[in-house]
Design a protein around this ligand. Structure first.
Ligand code: SF4
Ligand code: SF4
Length: 362
């Protein structure tokens, strides 16, 4: 049976991000869904949300991250969170922090949301606000962190980087620690949504490798908070190779709210994303839909989608990824392959590694 298999022998759904609304009170340059304030609130009313939660419960018990847009713009956010908690899901929420106050924290706790995540893309207001396209965004995150700490609510800091802010990676990590984050997730953006416009702002392949090597050294020293490069599947290659070189244990700490990976890219393998119209995707950055929950159950989509079957079949992976000994632990970012090559089976365009099997050919 496959390592990721659930009770029925099929792949187990472990983590699900659900965009409750595409409406947002910010307009970030790299936004996956190109959200803004005038975006629609979304297709899920309470009855539809309840049906989806029941359908999910019929196949799995994943972590569910309520996201957006900005989920706090929905009046029924906490009602939906509570329904998830009552069905035994570990509930989480992603917010930009602008609307966080004491009352919101009280509702977060009451609804059973166990952890929240916020974005912080620089260590100063100038850098973060420029990246988020909104002045005051940095101050909102700082204030929200303080309020979360006061209420004992754990939070994760997600930081996105492009050429524009890559020189501040270390400073941003240090600030995330200082403001009391339980975890810091570094993310080098995948071009999709509004991000397509900044394709030429992507961190170069060479810098990418160097940044991941820095992350390896930092993670080895870091004992206080959990750190993870997000959607940098080749980090698993670096982690395994360097640990072996240095004679160190390759086991890593993890958070009960992490994507349950143990592997680089897990899009459509143990995670999925549902947008505010009910379209289901392998992950938040992968623009091909596997189906829609208003037309089929989530169980049918998860088990039978041809796209998900493709992503789970490593034999179909091409280029150097298909010949790489790290394919099973890394897999390359399928969304980046699709964005750059127009083929999700193509090799990961931001990996510098040349597998032995490929070296022998050149
Ligand atoms: S395809 Fe995989 S690595 Fe890429 S963004 Fe999606 S989950 Fe992350
Ligand atoms: S070649 Fe592909 S599978 Fe191998 S480490 Fe690079 S991205 Fe991962």
């Amino acid at each position: 049976m496959c390592k990721l298999a659930g009770m029925d022998g099929k792949q187990e759904l472990k983590w699900l991000a659900w965009e409750l609304t595409s409406q947002c009170n910010m307009a970030c340059v790299h936004c996956r869904s190109s959200s803004e304030f005038t975006s629609p609130i979304g297709a899920f009313n309470i009855a539809a949300a309840e049906k989806l939660l029941n359908d999910i419960a019929a196949i799995a018990s994943p972590v569910i991250v309520l996201s957006g847009g900005e989920p706090l713009l929905r009046d029924d956010l906490f009602q939906i969170a509570k329904m998830g908690t009552n069905r035994g899901f570990r509930m989480a929420m992603a917010t930009n922090g602008l609307l966080v106050d004491d009352e919101v924290c009280r509702k977060i706790k009451e609804s059973g949301i166990n952890i929240v995540s916020m974005s912080l893309d620089g260590h100063t207001s100038k850098i973060h606000d420029n990246f988020r396209g909104q002045s005051g965004a940095f101050d909102a995150v700082m204030r929200a962190a303080q309020i979360f700490r006061k209420h004992g609510i754990k939070f994760i800091v997600n930081s996105s980087f492009t050429k524009r802010n890559q020189e501040y990676i270390k400073d941003t990590y240090e600030l995330a620690k200082k403001i009391g984050a339980a975890a810091w997730y570094m993310f080098l953006i995948v071009p999709t949504g509004r991000g397509e416009e900044i394709m030429n702002e992507l961190v170069s392949k060479e810098d990418y490798e160097e940044i991941l090597e820095w992350h390896y050294r930092m993670e080895r020293r870091e004992g206080e908070i959990l750190v993870r490069p997000t959607c940098a599947p080749q980090y698993y290659r670096i982690w395994n190779a360097k640990s072996r070189e240095e004679g160190l244990d390759s086991k890593r700490r993890s958070l009960s709210f992490s994507t349950g990976g143990g592997k680089g890219c897990i899009a459509g393998q143990s995670i999925l994303f549902i947008n505010s119209e009910g379209d289901v995707y392998p992950c938040s950055y992968f623009p091909i839909s596997a189906g829609n929950v208003f037309k089929q159950s989530i169980g049918e989509i998860w088990k039978n989608s041809g796209l998900f079957e493709d992503l789970r079949d490593f034999k179909k992976y091409g280029g150097k990824c298909g010949r790489c000994k790290y394919l099973g632990v890394c897999g390359g970012c399928r969304a980046r392959s699709y964005a750059v090559e127009g083929d999700y089976f193509a090799e990961e365009p931001f990996c510098s590694y040349i597998p032995k099997a490929v070296q022998q050919i050149i």
